[in-house]
Design a protein around this ligand. Sequence first.
Ligand code: GTP
Ligand code: MG
Length: 364
Amino acid sequence: ADLVTILFHLGEMATATQSLDETTFELLADELGYKLDLVSPEEEDKELLETFDIDLDEEDDEEDLEYRSPVITVMGHVDHGKTRLLDAIRSGNVGAGEAGGITQHIGAYQVVQEHEGEDRSLTFIDTPGHEAFTAMRARGALVTDVAIIVVAADDGIMPQTIEALNHAKAADVPIVVAVNKIDKEGANPAKVRQQMTEYEVVTEEYGGDTMFVDVSARTGEGVAALLEAVLLTADAGLDLRANPNREVRGIAIEAKLDKGRGSVATVLVQSGTLRVGDAIVAGTAYGRVRAMINDAGERVEEAGPSTPVQVQGLSSVPRAGDVFLQTEDDRTARQIAEKREALERNAMLAKARKRLSLEDFKTA
Ligand code: GTP
Ligand code: MG
């Protein structure tokens, strides 16, 4: 009522549910002696989670951290061989022995590579690189540790190569360049290295700090060397550790509605260990983990850091980039989801009107 009165004096006839533009809100705040602080959706969500005692920025104690696999995204220009390379990486690992093996596509997978006498695993996200990467980065949910930029040696640097480079740079993610299609006539891997220097990506061979590896996704040549380069790059600059013994935090990589199984979401666990029965909220989807399937299509009971799993049991389909949060119980998960839904509805209405509602106006 006070706000309505003040607005009346400012010459604006308003009711409590009325929406006003930003300028009027500024006047209103001025009149009341407050500074107007527009809250972004991310901040709003953080505040919402805080009311449930969830702090996304909470850091783990050093002694709780354990090694985890690096998470890798493959990016590059159209037709330069991203999909084929991911297939080559995977099939080199799955092994021909698995005749007719119907490996389920879950949007991410893990492979093992021997590196300096040790078996090391790497997690690949194989959703259409750009979209997933962009959506996730836009939402502050960075999952990638290392980006492989694929450049076809017969084509050289193209617009989306540069776009991919810019994404990686903006996200401060180290890159490895896979110079692909070296089996093709007219392939010129040296030219790719040369062109890349114009974008300040300089190969180690020229005294720079980026590893370039010549590969053929068709013949499989160079694929093992590429994995080794990724591990070297990851080990050189990254802290690959996470706490497997805490409430789960992860990111939805992709999700869909399945006729028989309902909502199925591929989640990359970032910390904690996800188990069947856990209460989860992801965006506005919530529920208990009913079943989990790994990248080999097998049912699993748990998934630790850097492990991708497909999760069944959520109430709806989360979006790529939604944060997976384990909550104390399913009631909490549901409450968070419902509050988010209400916030989203408000935000959408406000956006449609390009205005804020008087009800959005709170004092901190
Ligand atoms: P988009 O998903 O459309 O952006 O393309 P992509 O980057 O995933 O390329 P994709 O893997 O579909 O490969 C494009 C074409 O290049 C296909 O016909 C592949 O068979 C071919 N190709 C990919 N890698 C190689 C390679 O190493 N050698 C040869 N000769 N052909 C390749
Ligand atoms: Mg592709």
